[in-house]
Design a protein around this ligand. Structure first.
Ligand code: MG
Length: 164
């Protein structure tokens, strides 16, 4: 049996397509002015989903699809904040506390601007950690690819946890 490391890191990636008539929610913050939103079975919050996968990966607990299958009717329109709360509980039950979360949102279609801070505060609230332990960055694809053409929004997240 190998000793369990006191610090562990995981990463997560999520991508959802943009569609007219859908509500846009990123990092549990609503962008009501956006004419397009992310399409998916749940609320399609790519930021929340990528953070969940990073945390689950760090704890060695698989990924979001293992625990909350997209085929399960109970997760239709399910809010990203609900997933974050449940994943935070799972990480705690596995014997870890969250050290920090960093994510990069890839979006040409929607500019995040100052709302990145609100996203970090809201994500931290759902995870039950201090707001300065969550960082939300953003980048564009300079018009290239599916992100650049505004067809999708993507997010990459990294999370570090440590043993309780
Ligand atoms: Mg997703």
């Amino acid at each position: 049996m190998t000793a369990r490391h006191s610090y562990r890191t995981g990463n997560g990636v999520d991508v959802h397509p943009l569609k007219e008539g859908r509500k846009l929610v990123l990092g549990c913050v609503r962008f009501d002015e956006s004419p397009v939103g992310l399409d998916g079975h749940s609320d399609a919050d790519v930021v929340a989903h990528a953070v969940c996968d990073a945390l689950l990966g760090a704890a060695g607990l698989g990924d979001i699809g293992d625990h909350f299958p997209a085929t399960d009717p109970q997760y239709r329109d399910y809010p990203g904040g609900g997933f974050l709360q449940r994943v935070s509980e799972m990480v705690g039950q596995a014997g870890y506390e969250i050290v920090n979360v960093d994510c990069v949102v890839m979006s040409d279609a929607v500019k995040l601007g100052e709302r990145r801070k609100a996203m970090a505060v809201t994500i931290a609230g759902h995870l039950g950690i201090d707001a300065d332990c969550v960082n939300v960055g953003a980048t564009t694809f300079e018009g290239y690819g599916t992100v650049g053409r505004g067809e999708v929004i993507a997010c990459h997240a990294v999370a570090t946890i440590k043993t309780l």
